[in-house]
Design a protein around this ligand. Structure first.
Ligand code: AMP
Length: 193
């Protein structure tokens, strides 16, 4: 199996590039942000709890997210591999993910980290808020999400760097150009289908 973590701050293009990667390499996409928004829209107990954090730009507690991801991996049994988007976002989530995949007799293959200057991130997210209406894409919440990223999520890169799995990707050029850079790394492990 080929299991990829697509890493980077809010607005770095993880969602857009995940769609490109899924199309070319036929991996199963797991986005915790998408899964949480789905729970919120269905007003499940998990969604009602998660919304309190999401609206403030704070991370949802680890135990909520880890439980949710575990069942999603099980549901997609037989996959060629997974692309994790927006997960893991804390050191505890990274440790939990390593254990989960080990339990399934596989491992995280690679972490690709999208690097985008902060001014560009804010510009992109404000633009997305206007076009998509995502309620956490307003300037006040965006600033808090980026702050959470620096304090809680950055250590996750060090976790996979210590395992020799981290690669940095320049993420501030066009969507096509960034995808080419990502694909160069993925092609070392897996060819497009
Ligand atoms: P995203 O779509 O990945 O930007 O996520 C939107 C919001 O969902 C974040 O600001 C968090 O509140 C929550 N969220 C998504 N993924 C996670 C995660 N792995 N851990 C904690 N909270 C998360």
């Amino acid at each position: 199996m080929f299991n990829l973590i697509l890493f980077g701050p809010p607005g770095s293009g993880k969602g857009t590039q995940s769609a490109n990667i899924v199309r070319s390499y036929k991996l199963e996409h797991i986005s915790t942000g998408d899964l949480l928004r789905e729970e919120v829209s269905q007003q499940t107990p998990l969604g009602v709890e998660a919304k309190k954090y999401m609206d403030q730009g704070l991370l949802v507690p680890d135990e909520v997210v880890i439980g949710m991801i575990s069942s999603k991996i099980d549901e997609r049994h037989g996959a060629r591999g997974f692309i994790f988007d927006g997960f893991p976002r804390t050191a505890a989530q990274a440790e939990a993910l390593d254990k989960l995949v080990e339990f399934k007799n596989t491992e995280i293959t690679l972490m690709l980290s999208l690097e985008v200057p902060e001014a560009d991130l804010i510009k992109r997210l404000v633009g997305r808020g206007i076009s998509s209406g995502r309620s956490d894409d307003n300037e006040e919440v965006i600033t808090k999400r980026i702050k959470e990223y620096h304090s809680k999520t950055t250590p996750v890169a060090a976790h996979y760097n210590a395992q020799g799995k981290l690669e940095h990707i320049k993420g501030d050029s066009s969507i096509e150009q960034t995808f080419k850079l990502l694909a160069k790394h993925i092609d070392k492990y897996l060819l497009p289908e």
